[in-house]
Design a protein around this ligand. Sequence first.
Ligand code: HEM
Length: 129
Amino acid sequence: MIDTTRLLSGHREGSTLPPLSLDVTKPGNWVVFGPELTAAAGPWGMSFSANLTPDETTGIGSWTEDVFIKTLRTGKHLGMDTGRSILPPMPWYEDLKAVFAYLHSLPPVKNQVPGPVPPDQVMKMLSTQ
Ligand code: HEM
C-alpha cells in the first residue's frame, strides 16, 4: 500500500531491513530490492532512494534548479564535479530520446517475454528451469 503522505521522501528513516546474503555484492549475481522498494543491493553495495521532497535539511529544499539539473545530467552527488557518483538503480544517465532512438535501431527479435510471476510461484518457476 502506497503511503501518500510520504511520496518521494526516500528510504524511510529508521526502517529495518531483512537479512541479506552477502552474495548479492558479487558481480554476476542478482540485484535485489528491499521490501519497500527504497533500498537496493548489488555489486555496488546498498543504496537508498533519496528524499526528493522540499525539506530544507533532509530533502532537496535548499537545492537550486541548476544543482538539480546538473545532478541529473552529470550523475554526481549534489551536482558537484568532485562529488561521488550517484549509485544504481538511479537511471541518471538516461536521455529518453536517445534511449528510444537506440532501441528502434536494434534488429527486431521475435521473442514473447513471459508475464511477471507472483511471489508464491517464483520458486516453482525457478525449479522448472
Ligand atoms: C524522473 C525520475 C527521477 C528523478 C527526477 C530522480 C532524482 C533523484 C535525485 C535528485 C537524487 C539525489 C542525487 C544526489 O544525491 O545528489 C536521486 C537519488 C536516487 N535515486 Fe532518483 N530520480 C528519479 C528516478 C529514479 C528511479 C527510477 C530510481 C530507482 C529505480 C531512483 C533511485 C534513486 C536512488 C537509489 C538514489 C540514491 C543514489 C545514491 O545514493 O547514490 N531514482 N534521484
